[in-house]
Write a protein that binds this ligand. Structure first.
Ligand code: ATP
Ligand code: MG
Length: 565
């Protein structure tokens, strides 16, 4: 299986399309759509659907519409409409023509509802929601007909028009399809097509309507009106397909799109339902929809995940009909392989320990030329200042260590990356016994080279004290401590599995001065530490904030091992 952008892996949906094209169905046209409800931000599950729908349109020379499924007025708003467009474009896609809204079809949908009434295929019911539920029956027992099911066409027309005119209260009446109260498929037991909603302001149509069409009625007709050929959705809609087809067979729409279902993406250590993500935001468990720990596209972007890595991920996981729970390691692998190629290297010390090089001339600064990428000369080089005082990471020093520790040990040597070999001569501690400074000596003959016969075990990174940028660094971990927080132990809900250590903030980190030019969101490798990017916000003290996108190696595999043992 390949996963690059130009050699996409095939899948069963593409096979269906290939067959349709071979049979000249739809006159060789391919038209898909991505239909989000604007009641939240998009998440990585939506990315799977976006890559699938827009990817098919690209590869088959077809079109993909962006259509907002906005039939549920009280949860939808323009903030989400804007955010969704931004996210789709950031992922690298452009929708066909204009942005579509299901609400643009409210008048047309109303006319189609009248058509069903005229054909004796829809009726106005006075049962309330609870009664409708009771009458619907169960999977084992057939439902029973509403006492209003036999209303005449004239009466239904009249009542439906008066529903629109606002003569009835919320819940007093609904319009239902007249299909089969004994159908083994519950979706065909006279599903509701319209309900009354007074006093809500729809983000597009304002207070023009007080009746709103249901999703199951709106969706197939919207697809048909837009000339969609393949209406791709997630598996939970498979049982709705007979209703989808029934509606299109019974109203005068220009075409009959084909609904095809695939399994939704589930990702370990996170939740994917918009309802739950909304709760995390509203209850302050995260900083917002774009919190870098969120599985939202906005969160992934802020975390520094490149759009190409997300597309690669969506290709790699494939499209099937089987339920799946994808390991976080798969996503991180896609991110790492993109960033390894594309992220320039910089030096940053996250836990600084000061080193004074006693035999280095005071006041001297050497501007060392350093490659931006070890394997890619086209990324050029930068200068890094070296001086008498540098920071190294606390973890790169030990007073005593065995041979496995290939960093700096008291009395021994180490190479400062891209610079000189130093030897630690003295360890300075405070009254509590903490190491606060090292006194070292450098060998001027070792700049950038490794003279023959000289064995230096380790190379560590460093930053010149006088030139360092002071920064805050945020290290993110999984948001939940359970691989499937939705399916935890009984009596516990997903929020009980929130990981209290999902964010670790390090202050007073020391960065090399070239990082002053970093742009918000641009991927950078902090050598030996991981991939990072500059955040759009600054810390309270004005210091820049860098978010860790991902570590250099797979830490998830280790977590899995721990969990399994
Ligand atoms: P949620 O259940 O999170 O509220 P939704 O399906 O109601 O999601 P929509 O805005 O209606 O959200 O989704 C738009 C499109 O994205 C739909 O076609 C839906 O099938 C698809 N989609 C949503 N979640 C996933 C997922 N986890 N994996 C793949 N596709 C998804
Ligand atoms: Mg939905």
């Amino acid at each position: 299986m390949t996963s690059s952008d130009d050699t996409r892996s095939s899948n069963f949906i593409r096979q269906v399309i290939d067959e349709d094209l071979a049979g000249n169905k739809n006159n060789g046209r391919v038209a898909t759509r991505f239909p989000p409800e604007p009641n939240g931000y998009l998440h990585i599950g939506h990315a799977k659907s976006i890559v699938l729908n827009f990817g098919i349109a690209q590869d088959y020379n077809g079109t993909c519409n962006l259509r907002f499924d906005d039939t549920n007025p009280h949860k939808e708003n323009d903030e989400f409409v804007e955010a969704i467009q931004k996210d789709v474009q950031w992922l690298g896609y452009q929708w066909h023509d204009k942005v579509y809204f299901a609400s643009n079809y409210f008048e047309a949908l109303y006319t189609f509802a009248l058509e069903l009434i005229d054909k004796g295929l829809a009726y106005v019911d006075d049962l309330n929601a609870e009664e409708i539920r009771e009458y619907r029956g169960t999977l084992k027992a057939a439902g029973k007909d509403s006492p209003h099911r036999q209303r005449s066409v004239e009466e239904n027309r009249d009542l439906f028009q008066r529903m629109r005119a606002g003569e009835f209260q919320d819940g007093e009446k609904v319009l239902r399809a007249k299909i089969d109260m004994a159908s083994p498929n519950m979706n065909l037991r006279d599903p509701t097509l319209y309900r009354i909603r007074h006093g809500v302001i729809h983000h597009q149509t304002g207070s023009e309507w007080c009746i709103y069409p249901m999703y199951d009625f709106t969706h197939p007709i919207s697809d048909a009106l837009e000339g969609i050929t393949h209406s791709i959705c997630t598996l939970e809609f498979a049982d709705h397909r007979p209703l989808y087809d029934w509606l299109l067979d019974n109203v005068s729409v220009p075409c009959h799109p084909q609904q095809i279902e695939f399994s939704r993406l589930n990702l370990q250590y996170t939740v994917m339902s918009k309802r739950k993500l909304t709760q995390l935001v509203d209850e302050g468990h995260v900083e917002g929809w774009d919190d870098p720990r969120m599985p939202s596209i906005a969160g992934l972007r802020r975390r520094g995940v490149p759009p190409a890595a997300l597309r690669d991920f969506c290709e790699r996981i494939g499209v099937t009909k089987s339920d799946n729970l994808v390991e976080m390691g798969v996503l991180e692998d896609c991110i790492r392989s993109d960033l390894n190629t594309n992220a320039p290297r910089r030096m940053a010390v996250l836990h600084p320990l000061k080193v004074v090089i006693e035999n280095y001339p005071e006041g001297l600064v050497e501007e060392l030329s350093v490659a931006n990428h070890p394997q890619d000369d086209s990324m050029g080089s930068r200068t890094v200042p070296f001086s008498r005082e540098v920071y190294i990471d606390v973890d790169d020093f030990r007073e005593e260590a065995n041979k496995k520790f290939k960093r700096l040990v008291a009395g021994q040597e180490v190479r400062l990356r891209n610079a000189y070999v130093i030897r630690c001569d003295e360890v300075i501690k405070n009254q509590q016994g903490d190491i606060i400074e090292l006194r070292c000596a450098y060998d001027p003959a070792t700049l950038g080279a490794n003279p023959e016969g000289r064995k230096v075990k380790g190379v560590i990174h460093w930053v010149s004290v006088a030139h360092a940028i002071n920064a805050e660094v945020r290290l993110y971990d999984r948001l939940f401590s359970h691989p499937s927080p939705d399916a935890g132990k009984e009596g516990r809900e997903y929020k009980d599995y929130l990981n209290p250590e999902s964010l670790r903030t390090l202050t007073h980190c020391k960065l090399e001065p070239a990082l002053r030019a970093a742009g918000v969101g641009e991927a950078i490798q902090f050598e030996r530490e991981g991939y990072f990017c500059l955040d759009s916000a600054s810390a309270a003290d004005g210091a820049p904030i860098f978010n860790r996108t991902v570590t250099l190696r797979d830490t998830w595999a280790k977590i899995e091992q721990e969990n399994n043992s």
